[in-house]
Design a protein around this ligand. Structure first.
Ligand code: GDP
Ligand code: IMO
Ligand code: MG
Length: 431
């Protein structure tokens, strides 16, 4: 078996710029495949003056000759999916031609959206800060073996089974929190939303839905190259992230095999993407978070507002202990640094190199409830130069290269690309 499955995934808390990088290097591959997550993701792509935010559709969709696959590990909401499809179509692309959906991907039902909302309401100030897209409930029911898969929508019993199931979900929602009757989904009362969802389900039937694990393995046998596109980030992984403030899937390399049905021996490069600083949306630990004007400045310079929910992202300095951990878990072969240009104007840049807890120094984080860490910082001189138009490594300012080399050394890994702006062409090959 050749090692023709490369992986791109986020090493922090999501929004590292995965969509941009997938789109920028997509031409090196025959297929781009999402392996986990769902419409909680928001992957932004900018080219030729267009800007798209993809939630479920893989970020290779704007390359007409590339096959895009929604793998079995993804949870798919037909309503959100069809809204995305319409946007892509209105720009002159037709995903009916180059998008294939796994028949084993679980559906996000209207009841999952409702349950997500009431579960969060019931948690009060301990809430996760979910995107409220129904991710947790959809994966929960998948593992309870109660889920509905895309392949099921062609069977006659689908509707009858759905009716029974939604009654059970409504009953559960009522038990969880009294707010259930007031919950609106995308601004609509439950029944109205459900009607629209059903309409989208009919439209979903017109797409290619098949055993994508067979398709992908056939491609591998033919020597074709596949890029697995991660969603969220490694620190949101259900096992290795800052539990319970995580998402409900394995966002790390292990998820590629289970989420696509490709063997571990087929995995080649693992591109680990990180921002030159750090952000997080939603609740949970964030050791290097800045609560002062510097946090504000990073948010302003980096336009750090959620692609999916519009919420302001929490901002802070680069966290090397966290990156050491996620590089280890994922077997990262190549690092990709994004949003380096966001630091262009800063006089001084800080980096957390270790954590301290009760007089002990840690090179790796421990995200356990009750653990409190104090990051120790190193200060570095900023480059104070506009790097957004630079295309060659040799043209990067000396202070930038100092930052770059320091990170490579501390992480014991090479940085293969640096992204210096949101555009498809704003990327520098550095290795
Ligand atoms: P993803 O979820 O990992 O795909 O990332 P998002 O799309 O949620 O967030 C990344 C944001 O940063 C988007 O608005 C991108 O257009 C933008 N972006 C990506 N790379 C760069 C970069 O190198 N510089 C700047 N300034 N913006 C970038
Ligand atoms: P992309 O792919 C950033 C966060 C939510 C919340 C937690 C659980 O764009 O990087 P969920 O809706 O999954 O139950 O929410 O995870 N979260 C993300 N944060 N980027 C994402 O995706 C995210 N997907 C989920 O904010 O804290
Ligand atoms: Mg995002």
């Amino acid at each position: 078996m050749n090692m023709n499955v490369d992986v791109i995934l986020g090493l922090q808390w999501g929004d590292e710029g995965k969509g941009k990088i997938v789109d920028a290097i997509a031409d090196n591959y025959n297929a781009i495949a999402r392996f986990q997550g769902g419409p909680n993701a928001g992957h932004t792509i900018e080219f030729d003056g267009n800007k798209f935010i993809l939630h479920t559709i893989p970020s290779g969709i704007f390359h007409r000759n590339i096959t895009n696959v929604i793998g079995n590990g993804v949870v798919l909401d037909p309503f959100i999916f069809m809204k995305e499809i319409e946007k892509v179509q209105s720009a002159g692309y037709d995903p009916h031609n180059n998008l294939i959906i796994s028949d084993k991907a679980n559906l996000i039902l209207p009841g999952h959206r409702l349950l997500d909302a009431v579960c969060e309401a019931a948690l009060g100030n301990r809430k996760i800060g979910s995107t409220l897209k129904g991710i947790g409930p959809a994966y929960t029911e998948k593992y309870q073996r109660k889920g509905f898969r895309t392949g099921d929508i062609f069977y006659d019993e689908f509707e009858a089974r759905y009716k029974l199931h939604r009654e059970e979900q409504l009953k559960r929602a009522k038990e969880i929190h009294s707010s259930f009757a007031d919950v609106q989904i995308d601004g609509l009362p439950f029944e109205e939303y459900e009607e629209k969802w059903m309409h989208a389900l009919d439209q979903l039937r017109e797409f290619k839905i098949e055993s994508t694990e067979i398709l992908l393995n056939r491609m591998l046998q033919e020597g074709k190259k596949i890029l697995a596109e991660g969603a969220q980030g490694s620190l949101l992984d259900v096992d290795f992230g800052s539990y319970p403030f995580v998402t409900s899937s394995n966002t790390t390399t292990g998820g590629v095999c289970t989420g696509l049905g490709v063997p571990p021996s087929s995995i080649g490069k693992v591109f680990g993407i990180f921002k030159a600083y750090c952000t997080r949306v939603g609740n949970g630990p964030f050791p290097t978070e800045l609560h002062d004007h510097m946090g504000e400045e990073l948010r302003k310079n980096g336009h750090e507002f959620g692609s999916t929910t519009g919420r302001p992202r929490r901002c802070g300095w680069l966290d090397l202990p966290a990156l050491r951990y996620t590089i280890m878990i994922n077997g990262v072969t190549d690092l990709v640094m994004t949003k380096a240009d966001v630091l262009d104007s800063l006089e001084t840049i800080e980096v957390a190199n270790t954590y301290k807890s009760q007089n002990h120094e840690f090179m790796l984080p421990e995200f356990r409830l009750g653990m409190s860490f104090q990051p120790t910082y190193l200060s570095m001189k900023g480059w104070q130069t506009d790097i957004t138009q630079i295309t060659e490594k040799s043209d990067l300012p000396e202070a930038f290269l100092h930052y770059f080399n320091f990170i490579q050394k501390e992480l014991n890994s090479k940085i293969s690309y640096v992204s210096v702006g949101p555009g498809r062409k704003q990327i520098i090959k550095t290795n």
